[in-house]
Write a protein that binds this ligand. Sequence first.
Ligand code: CUA
Length: 315
Amino acid sequence: MIGFPLFPEVASTVATGVDRLYFFLTGVTGFFTVLIFLFIFYFAVRYRRRPDRVAEQLNPDAEHKSIGLEIAWSVIPFMITLVMFTWGSSLYMANSRVPDQAMDVYVVGRQWMWKIQHPNGRREINELHVPVGQPVKLTMASQDVIHSFFIPAFRVKQDVVPGRYVTMWFQPTRAGEYHLFCAEYCGTYHSGMIGRVVVMEPEDFQNWLGGVTGESPAQTGEKLFSELNCVDCHATGARQRCPQLGGLYGSDVLLEDGSKAKFDENYIRESIINPNAKIVKGYPPVMPTYRGQVSEEQILHLIAYIRSLTPEKQQ
Ligand code: CUA
């Protein structure tokens, strides 16, 4: 775009809803800012100190109270903030739900780049290619410090925090190229941690994706699963000492202490790094930690593999 854009393009399904709320908040706060400043200037002039007024101002009996006014300026702002809260939280809830059939893309942030991997194994750095009209779910992790994945044209931004997985989704509505930023100060070259999101027509995307087919994250994960000997304990058969992992993703597992845990990305990650944190009921705490032996990317691959053991519709 030529010139200096004041406002990002509207290129995702949630963008218009987010903009409306944003304009409302800006309108309300702008209105009250102007109103308050007008009163400040008016009162400053109207009630300025004058020789004949001093005595009256110092007299405490000159104070006037108006219950009506007090109630009005408490209740009206309260109502307005309630509107903001209800509107904001319902929009947040609506936008949090990932649509079914979302395409899975894995993202790892590190100083100072975004590493991205598609379900068929195609990798890219600081670029994200997606088809128009298709919901895309990003599963993201950080290898070092906090980064933030920000696509202004889609009105989505998500902090990517080391030590846990976060997800974010969007559905692009227009083909084109859009900015991708890191929106969290992450060190010397934070400002260089930028890239682009390329939204393509579905056929073009298929061509782009089909050009290179590597191993899918789930396939890499499956290999790792046997290389790291996870398979020894987690497989069925005589050697099975640990829970089988098929069909578990997205469900609740019963733990040794009687509580339940949701079997999701963060649970899997924690069980790899700190296996004794949440022991599944009926199993001995025999699993060793893999802390330091697997990178964030490898954990993502293992998760992709473990997810693939659960049929789509159960997830
Ligand atoms: Cu990564 Cu700023």
